[in-house]
Design a binder for this molecule. Structure first.
Ligand SMILES: NC(=O)C1=CN([C@@H]2O[C@H](COP(=O)(O)OP(=O)(O)OC[C@H]3O[C@@H](n4cnc5c(N)ncnc54)[C@H](O)[C@@H]3O)[C@@H](O)[C@H]2O)[C@@H](O)CC1
Ligand SMILES: Nc1ncnc2c1ncn2[C@@H]1O[C@H](COP(=O)(O)OP(=O)(O)O)[C@@H](O)[C@H]1O
Ligand SMILES: [Mg+2]
Length: 283
């Protein structure tokens, strides 16, 4: 496998500044699906992160319990609510999204699992699967055939272990993950310190980020960033690489004033502007 470092040089090959002629239609529409009672925050974080990563529109598909909190805390998002109060029971939408992120906070209720399976069998949009979406895949491996090529999976190491089984070394972990990406043509973002991305026959190691990111919701936020980039038309590989880099850069920037303890996932979102501006300086 080719081993590459994700540094600014690598990023500037892939990054596209926003066109002067842009309007919200050209910037793409991200659909963020997930949340369950007590975990609506994961979708608020992911939705906000997607819009602040430059997509033009974002819609959140959540259970009814989350409606008021998301519309109040993040009025820019449009919202579709499930008929169920506490969990998602069906995944249906009229909108035509450019990219979808699913799984954050979604839980593993039997009905949610059935809805997720039906969604996978019908989806044809660029897709990111995170968190409980990955856990449902791990429990239903026959679903792998319905996860199309170029789908981005963003497991932390525990989620990865559920997906590919245990490993006795870092090399074995990479080998097992690479076997899966080779056969399914997925892109796997192994979140960690540092994060590594396996795509095609390459493994990319991120050069940004720090322990400020060891905080609830930082992965949900990364899923939103990558979905926002996917919606803008970045290829899945570029969206994953750029998303991981920018996500880590917000912590490098933000922890300078906040330190490591007080930096929380919302600070990732607050520092997205500075992170993108550091790339624009080169254009
Ligand atoms: N505010 C919210 O609504 C939040 C919702 N969340 C959602 O909560 C659900 C559960 O996510 P969790 O990741 O907490 O649950 P998991 O059960 O997947 O992971 C937690 C367990 O995995 C271990 N673990 C976590 N990260 C690890 C790493 N990098 N390396 C090794 N072990 C690791 C922990 O020690 C713990 O034992 C997900 O759907 C997630 O999206 C969380 O993201 C937290 C915030
Ligand atoms: N010590 C660390 N150094 C760099 N990145 C970290 C560190 N700890 C956590 N992260 C990053 O924070 C994110 C955690 O993701 P995840 O566990 O899914 O969070 P959550 O599910 O709570 O949103 C990942 O992107 C991971 O790479
Ligand atoms: Mg997570």
């Amino acid at each position: 496998m080719e081993a590459l470092l994700i540094n600014k040089h690598e990023i500037l090959k892939r990054y596209k500044p926003v066109s002067v002629q842009a309007h919200k239609g050209t910037q793409g529409h991200a659909l963020i699906i997930g949340g369950s009672y007590g975990k609506i925050g994961s979708i608020i974080l992911a939705s906000k992160a997607s819009l602040k990563s430059g997509c033009g529109l974002v819609t959140a598909l959540i259970p009814k319990c989350g409606y008021t909190s998301i519309q109040t805390s993040f009025p820019e998002a449009m919202v579709i609510t499930d008929k169920e109060e506490a969990y998602i029971s069906e995944i249906e939408f009229e909108i035509i999204p450019n990219a979808i992120a699913i799984g954050m906070g979604i839980g593993q209720h039997e009905t949610t699992q059935k809805a997720f399976i039906k969604f996978l069998k019908n989806n044809n949009k660029p897709l990111l699967i995170d968190a409980d979406g990955i856990n449902i895949l791990s429990k239903n491996k026959e679903l792998f055939d319905f996860v199309s090529e170029q789908t981005i999976l963003t497991p932390h190491r525990k989620e990865l272990q559920r997906l590919i089984g245990d490993w006795s070394s870092e090399e074995e972990m990479i080998e097992k993950a690479a076997r899966l990406t080779e056969s399914k043509k997925w892109i796997i973002v192994i979140k960690g310190a540092p994060t590594q991305i396996i795509s095609g026959n390459a493994i990319y190691t991120n050069s940004t980020g720090n322990q400020a990111l060891a905080t609830a919701g930082s992965g949900d936020t990364l899923s939103g960033i990558i979905a926002g980039l996917l919606a803008q038309g970045y290829t899945p590989e570029d969206a994953a690489i750029l998303g991981v880099y920018i996500h880590g850069l917000t912590a490098d920037i933000g922890s300078k004033s906040l330190g490591y303890q007080a930096f929380i996932a919302s600070d990732i979102i607050e520092n997205l502007g500075k992170a993108f501006l550091s790339l624009d300086e080169n254009f």
